[in-house]
Write a protein that binds this ligand. Sequence first.
Ligand SMILES: Nc1ncnc2c1ncn2[C@@H]1O[C@H](COP(=O)(O)OP(=O)(O)OP(=O)(O)O)[C@@H](O)[C@H]1O
Ligand SMILES: [Mg+2]
Length: 239
Amino acid sequence: MTAPVLSVRGLTVSYDGGAPAVSGYDVDLPPGTLTVVLGRNGAGKTSTLRGITGFLSHESGASSGTVAVQGVVVRRPSPLRLSRLGVGLVSERDKVFANMGVGEQLRLVADRKADLDEVCAFFPRLEERRDVRAGLLSGGERQMLATALVLLRRPKALLVDELSLGLAPGVVGELVGYLRRLADERGLAILAADQSVHAMLGVADFVQVMDSGAVVASGPLADLDVDAVLDTYLGRNGR
Ligand SMILES: Nc1ncnc2c1ncn2[C@@H]1O[C@H](COP(=O)(O)OP(=O)(O)OP(=O)(O)O)[C@@H](O)[C@H]1O
Ligand SMILES: [Mg+2]
């Protein structure tokens, strides 16, 4: 198997010195693959992504465990360090500047015009909406912009939190299609935490199910007993 872009071992996250919100989390993300983390509200998905990328001190949180990028252990992971190593996070909410134009935000982050053109070619709707304030975008377009802003930093691994939040099923289907293409066409290693169980299971290579801060089921999608997982951990009505 291809060496993972990102490996995490024994990640534990806690807030305010309390009981762990995440404990003993492990993952390997090979290039060109999409791993989906499922779990109910409060299961620990966001905390896991924050712990990997070092976005915890802003939340009075702390983590322990090992994060390695392309086989090299990252000492004292921080958002800046992880970003420089090629690990990008599309966070759960407040991802774009509502009062700034779409094109302006993209240009702010892009180092090279070629990157900007590439990202606009990938998300044609952003190209069309270039002169519009981000606050006037639809929910799905906002998620595209948030993803594009992270892609402009040319990550090798992409961590995506609740891309589907508050969106209609058709839009969610379009967005998860983009994730699949980013893995297939650009070789990105993707870890996506989401509550849209059915949409995510339609595109995932690997699945992890979290409950009370621990991974309770994991493996290649083909090996997963989807019905049992839905019944036991996610409730029958997984969106
Ligand atoms: N900033 C914080 N300070 C204190 N506790 C927090 C903080 N963020 C999360 N927690 C707690 O950590 C646990 C895991 O929350 P987390 O947000 O990681 O879950 P989640 O799986 O992402 O849930 P959701 O599906 O609602 O986004 C919960 O008990 C939550 O209350
Ligand atoms: Mg969350």
